[in-house]
Write a protein that binds this ligand. Structure first.
Ligand code: G6P
Length: 612
């Protein structure tokens, strides 16, 4: 987590750094800081606990700090509580070096003890300060920043993206990366480093992606990249085609709301170019029928909502492929001795393409000889680059911490991949291939119909916002969808919420149902609708308040029994979760709104989780 930015240019750095940080607040938002170098004042740093507004206020929008060279940071605390001292940038004891960091230095305690013995004083509890103090120490010894950075990198263990400025270097900032994202941006008025493209999109679309072990020296005129032996490297430049406005709220009250509304279009963009002449045509990934037949295992590995996509897919793919599909939490995968071999396909799903656990799982899968495929949203992200193949979801930038459109595009892309593999195996039941493709083509319009129910969802949000505990129940695909709906609700409204496979109710959870407990009963899966109804009756008999979700086909039956019902259009059964999830996202949104929560930046969370 954490976002870093750096600028070396011909104009004032501070406002640019603040603007860039405002685009990266989703990465962490418990404190922020900037450091700028000027000929008059040397290094000046300002930091503030809390949201970026505090830093804006403290620096009068950056006007208080002059100079064309600077670095900035927005923090998601790992080591040390969020306060002014622990906020970045950290400054070396002699005041000459400022450093921002995204990642974790694992051997910081041992280095800190050594430095303390040398008499160096620390002012924070962070792992990061150790790096800047060590850098200060080596710089004093060798007199060259680049050489000192090289020495530090050889000494530290862990993950990092660093931005460094030094009062003795009026024009240059130094950057380095290992296991944390860092891009270089080439602008008209200067050059950048940033954790994320959205931070600098306003100024440039020309970027390079730094690789692990690389060091960059960035000035207003040049960007030079070296390997750890300081051998110069040639970096390929790429052009980012994301629309700047896509990363802006554009009049909507929250990014989450805007992104929910963008889903039909995002799904259309992800699906339609990949269906040609009635067949699935995947860019960047292909297998022969024999290769698919020889697959010993298929793993889907991810975190958070992307993992929930995997759970939906397990149900769908096993039906289409008649093969076992394993869904794993990335944080568990690499420690569970996974049975990956050269005949395994390991699919990593990730919006950011930077989630540390997903990245580690990808590396483990590769180490074991598996074939890897990344399903990623952020073009050029680490997971996208390291996997054997990548297929992109074309959701555009997603800013709200709680994912919506990335989830939806991942789901449809996985539907397409499942169809593709099933077709190669010849296991897709007769007529299903065409029916699913037809359903996918109709999905954007049906999603729009779901979005037409905004007022109803607003009403339901205000009716149910004061519940303390919510259970989402469903079977099969409804259960899988419930996992995501429950996560949405809990992460942004802070209501305790759990998703349960309805059949499991009687094995424990039903004891928690009492007069007035809110149960969201999901009954969109046609094959199991009657059973879903029985579960509704069971919880109602114990006093539950039931908010049901069903399809047009079952509207009447559900409305008779539930206290309130949300109804979505019917579609092909395997696509039903793509529709059902939309009103549930809106429900979470309106509940959180009623409760006065910070919807785009829920407490304790960050969008890009680059620590273990
Ligand atoms: C965080 C985000 C979730 C996301 C998860 C995995 O928890 O808040 O929305 O699903 O990370 O992130 P990824 O970028 O790998 O999809």
């Amino acid at each position: 987590m954490c976002g870093i930015i750096g600028f070396a240019g011909r104009v004032e750095a501070a406002p640019i750094l603040l603007e860039g940080l405002s685009r990266m607040e989703y990465r962490g938002y418990d404190s922020a800081g900037i450091a700028v170098r000027s000929d008059n004042w040397g290094l000046q740093a300002k930091k503030a606990k809390g949201r970026l507004e505090a830093l804006y206020g403290l620096t009068h929008g950056g006007a208080d700090l002059d100079g064309p060279l600077g670095i900035g940071h927005t923090r998601w605390a790992t080591h040390g509580e969020p306060n002014d001292c622990n906020a970045h940038p950290h400054i070396s004891e002699d005041g000459r070096i400022a450093l921002v960091h995204n990642g974790i230095i694992e051997n910081y305690l041992e280095i800190k003890e050594n430095l303390l013995r040398k008499g160096i004083r620390f002012t924070s509890d962070t792992d990061t300060e150790v790096v800047v103090q060590l850098l200060g120490y080596h710089y004093q010894q060798c007199g060259s920043m680049l050489e000192a950075v090289g020495r530090v990198l050889r000494r530290i263990e862990g993950s990092y993206a660093f931005g460094i400025i030094c009062s003795d270097y009026p024009n240059a900032l130094i950057a380095a990366r290992k296991d944390s994202p860092l891009i270089l941006g080439y602008g008209e008025n200067g050059n950048f480093i940033a954790s994320d493209v959205t931070a600098i999109l306003k100024y440039t679309r020309d970027v390079s992606y730094m690789e692990d072990g690389e060091i960059a020296v960035v000035t207003a005129e040049s960007v030079d990249v070296f390997d750890q032996e300081l051998t110069p490297l040639d970096k390929k430049r790429c052009r980012v085609d994301w629309d700047v406005s896509a990363a802006e709220k554009g009049g909507y009250p929250h990014f989450m709301f805007k992104e929910i509304l963008e889903q039909p279009e995002a799904v259309r963009k992800t699906v339609s170019p990949r269906v040609q002449n009635g067949r699935v045509a995947l860019d960047g990934f292909s297998m022969t029928a024999e290769e698919v037949r020889n697959l010993s295992r298929i793993y889907i590995v991810a975190c958070g909502s992307a993992y929930h996509v995997g759970v939906v897919c397990k149900y769908i793919w096993e039906r289409l492929l008649r093969r076992p599909v394993e869904v794993c939490l990335a944080s568990e995968f690499r420690y569970s001795a996974p049975l990956v071999d050269r005949n395994s396909l390991v699919i990593i799903i990730s919006q950011s393409g930077e989630t540390l656990d997903s990245m580690a799982a990808l590396r483990e899968a590769k180490r074991l000889g598996g074939r890897t495929l990344a399903v990623v949203n952020v073009v050029g992200s680490s997971i996208a680059r390291e996997a054997d193949s990548v297929i992109y979801t074309w959701a555009g930038p997603e800013i709200a911490v709680a994912t919506t459109k990335a989830y939806s595009t991942q789901l449809v892309l996985m539907d397409l991949i499942g169809l593709y593999l099933g077709d190669l195996l010849g296991t897709v039941p007769g007529g299903e291939y065409e029916a699913i493709l037809k359903g996918l083509a109709e999905l954007p319009d049906k999603m729009r119909a779901c979005l037409d129910q905004i007022q109803e969802m607003q009403y339901l949000g205000s009716r149910y916002f004061n519940h303390d505990s919510v259970f989402f129940i469903g079977r099969n695909l409804d259960y899988a969808m419930g996992l995501e709906a429950s996560l949405k609700l809990k992460e942004i409204s802070y209501i305790h919420s759990e998703a349960y496979a309805s059949g499991e109710l009687k094995h424990g959870t039903i004891s928690l149902i009492e007069e007035g407990t809110l149960v969201v009963a999901l009954g969109t899966h046609a094959a199991l609708f009657d059973k879903a109804m029985s579960n509704v009756v069971e919880v109602k008999a114990r006093g539950a308040e039931v908010l049901a979700l069903t399809t047009e086909r079952y509207r009447e039956r559900m409305e008779k029994i539930a206290d309130a019902a949300i109804v979505v259009p019917d579609t092909h059964p395997i696509l039903q979760p793509s529709l059902g999830v939309i009103p549930l996202q809106l429900f979470a949104y309106y509940v959180a709104l009623q409760r006065g929560c910070d919807i785009d930046k829920p407490r304790n969370l960050a969008k890009s989780v680059t620590v273990e």
